[in-house]
Design a protein around this ligand. Structure first.
Ligand SMILES: Nc1ncnc2c1ncn2[C@@H]1O[C@H](COP(=O)(O)OP(=O)(O)OP(=O)(O)O)[C@@H](O)[C@H]1O
Length: 421
């Protein structure tokens, strides 16, 4: 989690309704870099970023913004007709494991442990033990929020310990940190990185989450381990992510808008199942259902994935996540980052470039060159781009819901399997 601050007026927002707008990534004026894990990769960065209202500059070109107009081929129906369970009861084994991990802490009754399920407070001693006193050998990453360590709880559960850097400590972080972490630690879904608990002591702010061992989606698209993600895997990942976001949006008590859907926030398991991470920006959207959209005072998210309507109006709805998801779909099939400013002008904004090719009947030319063209890949690619086009519609009312995305993706996967059979 990290932040890069820009006023919305600083952020270049191509007008999607006047397609094709000319890309001008250079209009992202503020640049600073953010290091990441030890095998640090360049990342899509920019725009307003924060954790709990605290902004940290971490903008790293050349990957910036992409916006597109689109038309509906799926009819924009929000109907969700399948009876299959997408609301995401967690995997039972994992649930048990989590229960065990939490139980250790939840049963204690001292002042440093929470009583409420799902919002465990850890002690510094516990976290120090888990991470061998924040040993550099246990460091697995670095984000805008701070340093991430791998740790092991007393019961053997592997966790990622996210320790906020000093610059994150202010009263905003204190207040929002607690409310957000407590709320989010109650959210449980197979495709969401589980929040086990936190620590707020002195000027330490630490979040303890489920450890996901196999790197980020972005790393896999970059073939960091030498293996190419197949199109089938990419489709499964898209479905996993869509399930997770649908769950957040339909979360019974308090719908949640993630606000920072992007490939580097998708962690993969050994079996290449996706888990959506990083709720640093997540906003409980209890008022969305009643038609009252949340009006932000600060734009939060990552350039390249940001809903242009949110940038214009400051009004946050679930459809902002749908927009980001559309950009992610394009990223999945092309392998490219949302903005690649070293490319030719007409290819810099990946979604715009891909959609133009799609409209010109040349969709196959945008397929990730690491994937082989085949009789099955072509139609799948087109179907995914067609959905992406809907998701990135400039007008949020024309975008499908995440439920609808799940349904469409299921159909695409079914067709793909039929083609491969
Ligand atoms: N739950 C986790 N399990 C395993 N590794 C993790 C986990 N969370 C984070 N990491 C590793 O730590 C790195 C930094 O994560 P972090 O969430 O702090 O920042 P980020 O999401 O990459 O960047 P930012 O939030 O600034 O956009 C990740 O890229 C990943 O390699």
């Amino acid at each position: 989690m990290s932040g890069h601050r820009k006023n919305s007026s600083d952020i270049h927002t191509p007008d999607l309704t006047s397609y094709p707008p000319s890309p001008s990534p250079s209009s992202y004026s503020s640049n600073s870099s953010s290091s990441k894990s030890s095998s640090s990769r360049n990342r899509v960065k920019g725009a307003a970023r924060s954790v709990a209202g605290v902004f940290v500059s971490c903008f790293t070109p050349p990957e910036e913004d992409a916006h597109h107009n689109s038309s509906s081929a799926y009819g924009g129906s929000d109907a969700f007709t399948s009876s299959s369970d997408i609301s995401g009861a967690s995997d039972s084994t994992e649930g048990r494991r989590r229960g065990t991990a939490r139980g250790i802490y939840a049963t204690r009754n001292d002042s440093t442990h929470m009583k409420e399920p799902g919002s465990t407070i850890f002690t510094l001693a516990e976290i120090q033990t888990a991470t061998k006193n924040f040993s550099p050998a246990f460091k697995v990453g670095q984000g805008g929020f701070g340093t991430v360590y791998k740790g092991q709880l007393q019961d053997g559960t592997l966790v990622a310990v996210k320790r906020a850097k000093k610059s994150m400590y202010d009263k905003n972080l204190g207040r929002e940190f607690l409310s957000e972490v407590q709320a989010l630690s109650k959210v449980e879904h197979l495709n969401l990185v589980k929040c086990y608990g936190y620590l707020q002591q002195g000027d330490e702010r630490i979040i303890v989450v489920e450890y996901v061992a196999n790197g980020t989606l972005r790393e896999h698209l970059d073939c960091f381990n030498g293996n190419v993600l197949s199109l089938a895997s990419r489709l499964d990942i898209a479905i996993d992510v869509a399930h997770a976001i649908t769950y957040l949006h339909t979360y019974t008590d308090h719908p949640i808008i993630h606000r920072d859907i992007k490939s580097s926030n998708i962690l993969l398991t050994e079996k290449l199942r996706a888990k959506v991470a990083d709720f640093g920006f997540a906003r409980l959207a209890a008022d969305v259902e009643s038609g009252q959209t949340h009006v932000s005072t600060q734009v939060k998210g990552t350039a390249g994935y940001l809903d242009p309507e949110y940038l214009k109006t400051y009004q946050l709805t679930e459809k902002s996540d749908v927009y980001s998801f559309g950009i992610l779909l394009v990223e999945l099939v092309t392998g490219r980052r949302p903005v690649e400013s070293k490319r030719e002008l007409d290819e810099r904004v990946t979604a715009r470039w891909a959609m133009k090719k799609f409209r010109d009947g040349q969709a196959i030319t945008v397929l990730d060159p690491k994937l082989q063209e085949s009789d099955a890949n072509g139609p799948v690619l087109e179907n995914i781009l067609e959905l992406a086009l809907l998701c990135v519609n400039g007008s949020r009312k024309n975008r499908p819901t995440m439920r609808r995305c799940v349904e469409v993706l299921w159909n695409i996967r079914k067709e793909y399997k039929d083609l491969l059979a």
